[in-house]
Design a protein around this ligand. Structure first.
Ligand code: FAD
Length: 413
C-alpha cells in the first residue's frame, strides 16, 4: 500500500463499494477501496466457461433493467445486452409438469402475491408463509420459488419486506457477464486487494482502519460489507455500534447457489426454457436450459436445500441435480451432462450468503443499517436498500447515496 492516509476509505469492493468510490473519485476526493478478496466485484463474479462463455456465479440478471444503472455502464463498456424474456416469465417445459397443472400453479402463485400485497403494510408484520392458502396443492412449489427469490423459506421472510421489493418486470442479461461489467467498472479506482478490514477504530479524531497489512487512516469511511459479515464480525467497530449489529442481524443473507452443467445435443431443448426438478416439494432446484442458447444448463438451488448441499460438498449439488434430472428425463439423459462450475456462497467467508431478506417485523432494519454515524461513518450495500435490496443495482444505488452523504459531510465540516 503506497499511501496509508486518505480522505475517505470504502470498505468492500462489490457493486456498492465500486459505485461509492467512482462517485468520490468524480468529486476529486482521495479515496481507497479496501477489499478482502484478490478481485473486485464481491457477489458479482464472472468466470470463464467452455467455448468462451462467461458464467455469472453471482448476479446474472439486470433486474428492473429499464431503470437499472448497470445497463448504461454495460453499454459504455460496449457489452452485449440480451433482452430475451427470462425463463420464469415463460411456460415451463411440460416434463413432469402438464400444461393444466402449470396454469393452476401460476394462478395460485399470483393469488399468493396478491394476498401478500394486500396484507403487507398492515400491523403486525407477519412471515410471508402465513399468507399461503391453507391446503393449497401448490404451496411447496410457491415456497421453492420463495427460496430462489429470497434465499430462504417463506416462514423466515417478512411479508412486508417481500412486498417492498420494487421490480419493474424487465429482466435482461449481459452476454459477457454481469460480474465482469461490475469488476471492469472498478478497474481504474484506487484499491487495496487481499486486505480484509479487521477493525474500524472511530474513537479518535481520525478513523483508523486496521488490516493485516497495517493501519489506514481516514476522515471518513463508507462501509459496504454484506449484512451477515457485519453481524458476525466480532468488534468490527471500536467502540462497538450495537445498533448496526442489531440492524444487520435483522437482515440475514439468504442462500442461493448456481451450478453450471454442460449439455451434449442441447438443441433438443428450446433456448432459455426451464423446468422444476419437482413440483410437489420445496427442496427442489430449477433448471434453466440453454441460457443464451449455450449447450449448458444453469441449475439454481435456494434456501435450506442449498445450505444442506453446501455442507455435503460441491459434488452434492451435481448428485442432487443428476437425481432430479434422471427422474424427469431418464438415466441416459444424465450421461449427457457434466459439471462445469459451482460456488458455495454460504461458506464464502467474505459473503456468508447470497442476498438479504428481512426477518418478520424487521423491515426497519434496512433504514437503520443505512443511517450514518457521527457524519463520518456511512453505510451502503444491497441490504441498505428499501426497495432494491438483494440486487446489484440496489448495491449501486446505495453506494452512490452513501458517497453523496460523505461529500455533503465534507462540505459541512
Ligand atoms: C447466486 C447469486 C445470484 C444472484 N443473482 C442476482 C441477479 O440475478 N441480479 C441481481 O441484481 N443480483 C443478484 N444477486 C445479488 C447480487 O450479487 C448482490 O446483491 C450484489 O452483488 C451485492 O453487492 P454489494 O456491494 O452490496 O455486496 P458485495 O458484492 O458482497 O460486496 C461487499 C464486498 O465486501 C468484501 N468484504 C467482505 N468482508 C470484508 C472485510 N472484512 N474487509 C474488506 N472487504 C470485505 C467482499 O469481498 C465484497 O467484495 C445474486 C447473488 C448470488 C450469490
Amino acid at each position: 500500500m503506497p499511501s496509508t492516509d486518505f480522505e475517505t476509505v470504502v470498505v468492500g469492493g462489490g457493486a456498492a463499494g465500486i459505485a461509492a468510490a467512482r462517485r468520490l473519485n468524480q468529486a476529486k476526493i482521495r479515496c481507497l477501496i479496501v477489499e478482502a478478496r484478490s478481485r473486485l466485484g464481491g457477489r458479482a463474479w464472472t468466470v470463464a466457461g467452455p467455448v468462451r462463455s462467461a458464467l455469472d456465479l453471482g448476479c446474472g440478471w439486470l433486474h428492473s433493467a429499464d431503470r437499472n444503472p448497470w445497463v448504461a455502464i454495460a453499454e459504455e463498456q460496449c457489452r452485449t445486452i440480451d433482452k430475451t424474456p427470462p425463463p420464469w416469465r415463460r411456460r415451463s417445459l411440460p416434463r413432469g409438469f402438464p400444461e393444466g397443472d402449470h396454469r393452476e400453479f401460476l394462478k395460485a402463485q399470483e393469488e399468493f402475491f396478491a394476498r401478500v400485497s394486500e396484507r403487507a403494510q398492515k400491523e403486525p408484520d407477519v412471515a410471508a408463509a402465513a399468507l399461503l392458502a391453507p391446503e393449497c396443492r401448490w404451496n411447496n412449489l410457491i415456497n421453492a420459488v420463495g427460496t430462489y427469490i429470497s434465499g430462504a423459506e417463506l416462514e423466515h421472510v417478512s411479508a412486508r419486506d417481500f412486498d417492498n421489493f420494487d421490480d419493474t418486470g424487465v429482466n435482461w442479461r449481459v452476454v459477457e457477464g454481469y460480474g465482469a461489467t461490475i469488476a471492469t467498472c472498478g478497474e481504474h479506482l484506487p484499491a487495496a486487494l487481499d486486505c480484509p478490514v479487521l477493525r474500524i477504530n472511530h474513537s479518535g479524531k481520525r478513523l483508523k482502519i486496521e488490516t493485516p497489512k497495517g493501519i489506514i487512516t481516514a476522515d471518513q469511511a463508507i462501509v459496504t460489507l454484506p449484512s451477515t459479515v457485519l453481524a458476525e464480525t466480532d468488534q468490527l467497530f471500536a467502540p462497538v455500534l450495537p445498533l448496526k449489529y442489531e440492524a444487520a442481524r435483522g437482515l440475514p443473507l439468504g442462500l442461493a447457489d448456481k451450478l453450471f452443467l454442460s449439455l451434449e445435443h442441447a438443441e433438443e431443448f428450446e433456448k432459455d426454457s426451464r423446468v422444476f426438478g419437482a413440483t410437489d416439494r420445496t427442496a427442489t432446484a430449477t433448471y434453466h436450459f440453454r441460457p443464451f442458447g449455450r449447450s449448458q444448463i444453469e441449475v439454481y438451488f435456494g434456501g435450506r436445500l442449498a445450505a444442506e448441499l453446501e455442507a455435503a460438498g460441491e459434488h452434492a449439488f451435481f448428485d442432487f441435480a443428476a437425481s432430479e434430472l434422471t427422474r424427469l428425463l431418464g438415466r441416459a439423459f444424465v450421461q449427457r451432462v457434466k459439471p462445469i462450475h459451482i460456488h458455495r456462497w454460504g461458506i464464502d467467508p467474505f459473503a456468508r450468503g447470497s442476498y438479504s431478506y428481512a426477518l418478520p417485523g424487521m423491515t426497519d432494519c434496512r433504514k437503520k443499517l443505512a443511517a450514518p454515524v457521527d457524519d463520518r461513518l456511512f453505510f451502503a450495500g444491497e441490504a441498505c436498500s428499501l426497495a432494491d435490496f438483494s440486487t446489484a443495482h440496489g448495491g449501486w444505488i446505495t453506494g452512490v447515496a452513501a458517497a453523496e452523504q460523505a461529500i455533503t459531510a465534507r462540505i459541512r465540516a
